[in-house]
Design a protein around this ligand. Structure first.
Ligand SMILES: NC(=O)c1ccc[n+]([C@@H]2O[C@H](COP(=O)([O-])OP(=O)(O)OC[C@H]3O[C@@H](n4cnc5c(N)ncnc54)[C@H](OP(=O)(O)O)[C@@H]3O)[C@@H](O)[C@H]2O)c1
Length: 187
């Protein structure tokens, strides 16, 4: 890992909701594949990407699918002793502790990109950080009942037009339309 940069990836509906009762409010199979593909994508096959998430997001992933495969999983919790994590999961008590761990030489050399995958406070902290680079945001064009929300997208973030890594064509699954959008933080 050369320069530590944080990229966020999220899907939010029209009221900026991201979650309900510990799960996603919708089922969009191809959107989940997009998440998986994007967060796994590496150019150097000897490296892996990191995913950083809050405790509720981690335990919201079905047990058979966590830790997220082919990625180094970091879970944030202020209570690491209270929960059981497989040995390959890195547990950190703060975002700073997580970022410090990533810069330890034995890990730093094995990492390509760092993805912030939610939820609310984890996104917010990353967005406020000087290390924040981009947000890959799926705009779900419908409203769902939610109890977890994406933070306010401030004017620090500008849309990246024609991002070559994603299609901006409107997608549709199960009668739900959505669009992939990219935002970049202006420093
Ligand atoms: N649509 C999407 O893209 C998307 C993405 C991610 C999640 N989600 C959904 O969103 C919901 C979960 O998000 P959420 O916002 O409710 O919770 P969350 O951020 O996943 O988890 C919150 C918990 O994480 C820990 N935490 C967060 N920030 C921390 C920090 N800086 N330092 C130490 N610990 C920290 C705390 O755990 P302790 O209480 O143990 O200290 C906190 O209670 C679920 O419904 C999930 O399915 C959706």
């Amino acid at each position: 890992m050369k320069n530590l940069k944080l990229n966020l990836i999220a899907a939010a509906c029209e009221n900026m909701g991201i979650g309900y009762k510990g799960d996603l409010p919708w089922f969009l199979k191809n959107e989940l594949k997009h998440f998986s593909r994007t967060t796994k994508k590496i150019s150097d096959p000897s490296k892996k990407n990191v995913v950083i998430m809050g405790r509720l997001t981690y335990f919201g992933v079905p047990e058979s699918k966590r830790p997220l495969p082919e990625r180094i999983n970091i879970v944030l919790t202020t209570n690491p002793d209270k929960y059981q994590f497989p040995s390959e999961v890195i547990v950190a008590k703060s975002m700073n502790e997580a970022l410090e761990r990533l810069q330890e030489p034995e890990l730093a050399d094995k990492i390509e990109n760092v993805w912030i995958v939610g939820g609310n406070t984890v996104y917010k902290e990353a967005m406020e950080s000087s290390l924040c680079h981009r947000i890959y945001l799926t705009r779900v064009m419908a409203t769902f009942e939610c109890d977890a929300f994406f933070p306010n997208l401030t004017e620090d973030f500008k849309r990246v037009p024609n991002d070559e890594d994603i299609t901006e064509e409107i997608q549709e699954e199960n009668g739900i339309k959505y669009q992939y959008q990219t935002y970049e933080k202006i420093h």
